[in-house]
Design a protein around this ligand. Structure first.
Ligand code: GUN
Length: 294
């Protein structure tokens, strides 16, 4: 069994990006600048956004964190997005999800200039992804592809079962794994809360990608020997023995499933750090495109 070490690979990617940044500096060019907008005080979201901004600093990007109150109206947020779209200093930005209930998420994502949409959530970019056109691939699916690529995990002709149909992970992942090329060329089944006989389907999988957010949903009896397991779950589960009072738990019963797997991602240290690295990669790409078009 091989552990798909997202912590190590994400550090390799960050080092590679840092080299590109120092080359930009030597050429006298502006370095990439990522902005992140967070609305409200959700603990997990604040942690994720904080990690994204910290990662920018580490590799030499500029970053801006825009914190808005949980009572922010849709109009106020849309105005902020217009400002970021118009700001020539900012190459790319994200609006952290989920948003408070008074704000229509789709309206917000549609307002982001697709050229600055480093999350790849705008319909234009999502459509380009589905049509194999060059675009920003959403960071979590992009990170999973990168892990499969760097560990040379065979995906061609394999049956990939994706669990969960979220717009951020499950849906794009199902499209990407079926694309022509590597990683890809899989036969994909997208499963969700209405899937009948889900256990039987998962049992047939060569590759399981779980993005459900239900701790220990995937158990050893549900998978076949030699399975490749990608665990996207990051649920906070109360744990009094931890200093923060919780532990991060994946969708997969790692201890037992890992005994049957050929490759598996740990939680934490698997997909999570890859998401941040690929957001940085998209921001570097945004900077390069911005420069080419200026
Ligand atoms: N919420 C959970 N994952 C993500 C992500 O990748 N991007 C944004 N903007 N919000 C998220």
């Amino acid at each position: 069994m091989t552990i798909l070490d997202g912590k190590k690979i994400s550090n390799d990617i960050k080092d590679e990006i840092a080299i590109e940044v120092s080359k930009m500096k030597k050429r006298g060019e502006k370095v990439p600048h990522l902005a992140a907008v967070i609305v409200g005080n959700d603990g997990a979201s604040l942690t994720y956004v904080g990690s994204k901004v910290k990662a920018c600093e580490r590799i030499g990007f500029e970053s801006t964190l825009v914190k808005m109150a949980s009572t922010t109206s849709e109009i106020e947020l849309l105005k902020k997005i217009e400002e970021l779209n118009a700001d020539d200093q900012i190459d790319g930005f994200i609006v952290q999800l989920p948003l408070p209930k008074q704000i229509d998420e789709q309206k917000v994502l549609m307002a982001i200039n697709p050229d600055k949409d480093v999350d790849g959530f705008h319909p234009t970019n999502f459509g380009k992804m589905a049509l194999d056109m060059s675009t920003f691939i959403p960071a979590t699916p992009f990170g999973i592809l990168e892990l499969l690529d760097r560990y040379k995990v065979e995906t061609s002709g394999k049956h990939t079962v994706v669990i969960g149909r979220s717009h951020i992970v499950g849906r794009p992942m199902s499209i990407l794994m079926g694309r022509k090329g590597f990683p890809g060329n899989s036969t994909v089944t997208l499963t969700h809360s209405r899937t009948e006989n889900i256990n039987e389907i998962i049992k047939q999988a060569d590759i399981v990608i779980s993005a459900l957010g239900v701790p220990n949903f995937v158990t050893a009896d549900m998978v076949k020997d030699g399975v490749v397991v990608i665990d996207v779950g990051i649920t906070r589960v109360p744990d009094e023995t931890k200093p923060r009072g919780y532990k991060i738990t994946g969708d997969v019963d790692y201890e037992n499933v890992s005994k049957k797997a050929s490759y598996i991602t740990p939680v934490p240290g698997g997909v999570g750090p890859m998401t941040i690295a690929m957001l940085l990669k998209n921001t570097l790409l945004a900077r390069e495109r911005h420069l080419a078009n200026s």
